[in-house]
Write a protein that binds this ligand. Structure first.
Ligand SMILES: Cc1cc2nc3c(=O)[nH]c(=O)nc-3n(C[C@H](O)[C@H](O)[C@H](O)COP(=O)(O)OP(=O)(O)OC[C@H]3O[C@@H](n4cnc5c(N)ncnc54)[C@H](O)[C@@H]3O)c2cc1C
Length: 437
């Protein structure tokens, strides 16, 4: 299989830029052999590699990453490690599905926490909870519905009105929000770097080493620009890039989304929003609204806009457009902070499936995958990657039944039908949520 597209974001990941020191991994040069080859060093690939290495300490695992480890999509995200599903549904089957999904998210989160604590990974891990926010009364129904769903799940939450949100977030922009207390906020570049740096010694990571040709008949072989890996088994943790490979049967496609970090607020600017603690908020409509954070070092993060990106490339001109969009949006949310400068705007890939279920499991002889993050992957892909390793090694874990229960990615039409469908859907969602920005 020839790889036709690789992810490219022509912009600077702000989270990585804030870090003083990031370990650089060598590129692969020459031939190497391994028991396992993992392609992709995001949350899924790293969780998978770690678990295989723990369970098979005498086996050798090679991880190939096309980019720098601290610069891939997992390192470019908004830093929410979520503990709860966004939707539950109303039937008992949907409730069971939501319960299974919650167990999986919480498993991913608790393993991330365990690794962060054990290895003292400095990633600004903060248990600050999350505000699920609506701007206009048009979404009152969705806020009420979300409360109902949390009640059904037996989760603790608070409903906040505009005045209470003004106190906590320093803005009157939001009409209402549901606050849940157990979401974690991190610097994702620091977390992903820390996860890679603390892998067991039987894992070798090569960065800037895209697999350009992958053969899965007999011995697994992957060629990079200057090297080749031969392995017994393969895990494809390539998420947004998965559509290009026939093994994924076209059941997944790539979109990109954009984030901006501001400069830190000065003491004078901070006085204009009040003495507020770091927080994170997600919009009622993740595709068409904005995610926001206020960080411990007094910056704001804005994540907004999702684009169909079949070629996996986001250029500098497009990034520039979104930088201006985010600046205008920020000025509407914080009219008192007109003089806050934007520091970095960047993009990153996510992968989407039609029914929200992943491409997870064995996808061919000796080939496994966890792809189709559907926009959130820190806790989810950490759980899916770890459980996939256990599944591949025939280990017992009661959560494997939950993995089976969440279903499989369903059929998507081929391009250009897919393009028309996705663009039409996005246009509808943006129109439906136009009052939220
Ligand atoms: C701006 C933004 C904000 C987000 N916010 C959040 C959030 O707050 N919380 C959350 O949970 N999720 C968030 N997400 C989604 C989250 O980042 C993804 O779900 C997560 O990164 C998926 O992890 P993964 O390991 O499956 O895939 P990725 O992180 O995409 O990893 C796949 C890796 O495969 C590599 N690769 C692809 N092809 C090849 C090849 N041929 N050879 C070698 N390597 C290859 C890629 O370079 C990439 O590093 C956000 C995403 C973006 C872009």
């Amino acid at each position: 299989m020839k790889i036709k597209h690789l992810p490219l974001d022509q912009n600077i990941n702000g989270w990585a830029a804030l870090r003083d020191e990031t370990r650089r991994y060598p590129a692969l040069r020459g031939p190497v052999t391994a028991d396992w080859l993992v392609i992709g060093a995001g949350f899924a690939g790293l969780a998978f590699a770690r678990r295989i290495a723990e369970l098979r300490p005498h086996q050798h695992i090679v991880v190939l990453e096309a980019l720098d480890v601290a610069d891939n999509a997992s390192a470019r995200n908004s830093g929410f490690v979520i503990d709860l599903p966004h939707t539950v549904g109303s039937t008992s089957a949907e409730l069971e599905h939501a319960n299974a999904y919650r167990r999986l998210l919480q498993y991913g989160l608790s393993h991330l926490k365990h690794t962060v604590d054990r290895h003292h990974i400095e990633c600004d891990w903060l248990n600050s909870g999350k505000y699920h926010c609506a701007v206009s009364e048009q979404f009152d129904g969705e806020i009420a519905h979300y409360q109902q769903e949390l009640t059904t799940l037996g989760e603790h939450f608070e409903l906040l009105d505009r005045a209470a949100l003004r106190q906590r977030l320093g803005t009157s922009f939001y009409r209402s929000a549901v606050y849940t207390p157990n979401c974690i906020l991190v610097n994702p570049a620091a977390l992903i770097s820390g996860l890679a740096d603390t892998l067991p010694p039987n894992v070798t990571v090569y960065a800037n080493s895209p697999a350009l040709q992958i053969d899965t008949q007999g011995t697994i072989r992957a060629q990079t620009p200057h090297g080749e890996v031969r392995a017994d088994k393969l895990m494809l943790a390539i998420n947004g890039a998965a559509r290009g490979l026939p093994l994924f049967k076209g059941n997944v496609f790539a979109m990109s989304t954009f984030a901006t970090l501001t400069e830190p607020l000065t003491p004078e600017q901070r006085a204009l929003i009040g003495d507020i603690a770091p927080w994170g908020s997600t919009p009622v409509n993740a595709l068409a609204g904005a995610t926001l954070r206020y960080t411990s070092d007094h910056r704001f993060l804005i994540r907004e806009h999702v684009n169909f990106t079949p070629g996996l490339v986001t250029g500098a001109v497009e990034t520039g457009r979104h930088a201006h969009r985010h600046q205008r949006l920020f000025a509407r949310i914080y009219p008192q902070l007109q003089d806050v400068n934007m520091a970095y705007t960047w993009s990153g890939l996510i992968s989407i499936t039609r029914n929200g279920a992943p491409v997870w499991g064995k996808i061919a002889d000796n080939v496994y995958s966890s792809a189709g993050c559907n926009g959130s992957g820190s806790s989810k892909q950490s759980a899916f990657g770890r459980l996939l390793a256990e599944h591949a090694l025939n280990e017992d874990n009661p959560l494997l039944a939950d993995m089976q229960g969440i279903g499989r990615a369903s059929y998507l039409p081929p391009r250009p039908l897919l393009d028309a469908g996705v663009k039409g859907f996005m246009a509808r969602e943006r129109w439906r949520s136009r009052s939220e920005l």
